[in-house]
Design a protein around this ligand. Structure first.
Ligand code: SAH
Ligand code: SF4
Ligand code: F3S
Length: 457
């Protein structure tokens, strides 16, 4: 069936949700719905949700909760909860959101169109948390391609088999499964032809890509993607420290297009806590992998995820995390206070840490990392860095940011994933340019194109 009207999609959560939302957008588009960024205009509202922490889950309920009233004024308005909270809650979602029309679990996306048809014919409170009935590859491409985009995410595998004791992902995303490499390459080729220059390959544990299916390795997949001519840069996330293989480290060193940046979540610097988290590595093995990386790729940028206040974490355990940060000198970190998830085993652990103590530890950790980041960024002053241009720095609604010499300010990223602002009237989005770094801040760098780059066309 074809319909008319406007769809609004709100995406909460990780990069995989961004990718999934693009697929949902494509389905809605094919059914005749145009996209809107104006909620008042919407005939269908989709919230693609995340349940990794309590706060993310609450965000989804509070966003969708708003529409109870709205539907009284606008009875034809359809509301959809999609993704990880939908998978976790199923029918229970209606207890808090009785006005909700569709609960679409993480493996039900391919049936979204069918459910929209049912809603249009008057059915309400539909729940689909069933398993996937088509191969993952069968999801449509995004036809509503956004102009001027440079970078896109491509999910190469779904689910997770690692069962870290704090994490909901294995329960809401299911068992790990990898896509066939040819369909990944085909999808990226289409994106490259439409102007995309940077691809981030996504999976919860990319190092085990293809292992279950007996397919090519992740390092081999990087090689295949690197052969796509118009793709200039390749990134990936996330690598699990226990599975980081020497052939992946070597592929990072050998393949120019693969950015010299690795996100390697450590979670804690204490062996006692790592064991309780079921992470499958020790502080020593983590640090030895970091050492291998630094030896093979000397210019590598490193980032990580940390959880503070995991059950049983003592001050001494936390100090081990602080000392690990000092030892590794990460370029950036993502740090979270432990959040109890009822489906994950750690919720039943004794030794829960007091909320205020968690916040104190989080603040102390972030302050330490800020000092490391500042120092590392300062060191870049005077260096020439290659930047992939993403667009203009339009920080204000009333126009572009202008520099003192009245040039438009542009923005892009280094291979190490640092944001760089620079003035130019001539450089185009999607160009790779050399920038001399003149100033370094906590969250960005500022520079000017090198002389050869700085010509009028
Ligand atoms: N697969 C990736 C990360 C997935 S979730 C990995 O293994 O590293 C992203 C991050 O959220 C995790 O790295 C972890 O730091 C954090 N996280 C997951 N569950 C959490 C919880 N219950 N409380 C707080 N942070 C959590
Ligand atoms: Fe969660 Fe652990 Fe899987 Fe990452 S590896 S998604 S933290 S269970
Ligand atoms: Fe959140 Fe689901 Fe991603 S729980 S982090 S949206 S896999």
């Amino acid at each position: 069936m074809r319909y008319s009207g406007y769809a609004y999609i709100n995406t909460i959560g990780c990069q995989m949700n961004v990718y999934d939302s693009e697929k949902l957008a494509a389905i809605l588009n094919a059914l005749g719905f145009a996209h809107t960024r104006n909620l008042d205009q919407a005939d269908i509202v989709v919230c693609n949700t995340c349940s990794i922490r309590h706060k993310a889950e609450e965000k989804a309920f509070s966003f969708l909760g708003r529409f109870a009233k709205e539907k009284q004024k606008k009875p034809h308005l359809l509301t959809v909860m999609a993704g990880c909270v939908a998978q976790q809650e199923g029918n229970n979602a209606f207890k808090r959101l009785p006005h909700l029309d569709l609960v679409l679990g993480t493996q039900a996306f391919s049936r979204f169109g069918r459910h929209i048809d049912a809603l249009q014919s008057g059915q309400r409170q539909i729940v689909d948390t069933g398993p996937s009935d088509v191969i993952f590859e069968a999801m449509p491409d995004d036809t509503n391609f956004l102009e001027n985009q440079v970078s896109r995410f491509v999910t190469i595998m779904q689910g997770c088999d690692n069962y870290c004791t704090y994490c909901v992902v294995p329960y809401v995303r299911g068992r790990e499964r990898s896509r066939f490499w040819k369909s990944i390459v085909k999808e990226i080729q289409v994106l490259a032809d439409k102007g995309i220059r940077e691809i981030t390959l996504l999976g919860q544990n990319v190092n085990s890509y293809g292992v279950k299916e007996g397919g090519i390795s992740f390092a081999a997949l990087l090689g295949k993607v690197a052969c796509i001519e118009k793709i200039l840069r390749i990134r990936f996330a996330t690598s699990h420290p226990k599975d980081l293989s020497p052939d992946l480290i070597q592929a990072m060193a050998d393949l120019d297009k693969v950015c010299s940046h690795l996100h390697l979540p450590v979670q804690s610097g204490s062996d006692n806590i790592l064991q309780k988290m079921n992470r499958g590595y020790t502080r020593k093995t983590y640090l030895s992998r970091i050492n291998d990386l630094k030896n093979t790729c000397p210019d590598i940028a490193l980032s990580t995820d940390i959880i503070v206040g995991f059950p049983y974490e003592t001050r001494a355990d936390f100090n081990d995390t602080l000392s690990l940060l000092t030892e590794v000198q990460f370029d950036s970190i993502f740090a979270f206070a432990y959040s109890d998830r009822s489906s994950a085993p750690a919720a039943k652990f004794a030794g829960q840490v007091d909320e205020k103590e968690k916040m104190d530890r989080l603040n102390q950790l972030l302050a330490l990392q800020d000092s490391v980041t500042k120092k590392k960024n300062k060191y870049l002053k005077g260096q020439i860095m290659e930047v992939l241009v993403e667009g203009f720095s339009a920080r204000h609604h009333d126009g572009f940011v202008k520099t003192s010499d009245n040039m438009k300010q542009m923005t892009g990223r280094t291979a190490s994933n640092k944001v760089v602002h620079f003035p130019s009237e001539t450089i185009r989005v999607g160009d790779l340019v050399n920038i001399t770094i003149e100033n370094a801040y906590l969250h960005s760098l500022w520079g000017r194109p090198t002389e050869s780059e700085h010509h009028e066309e």
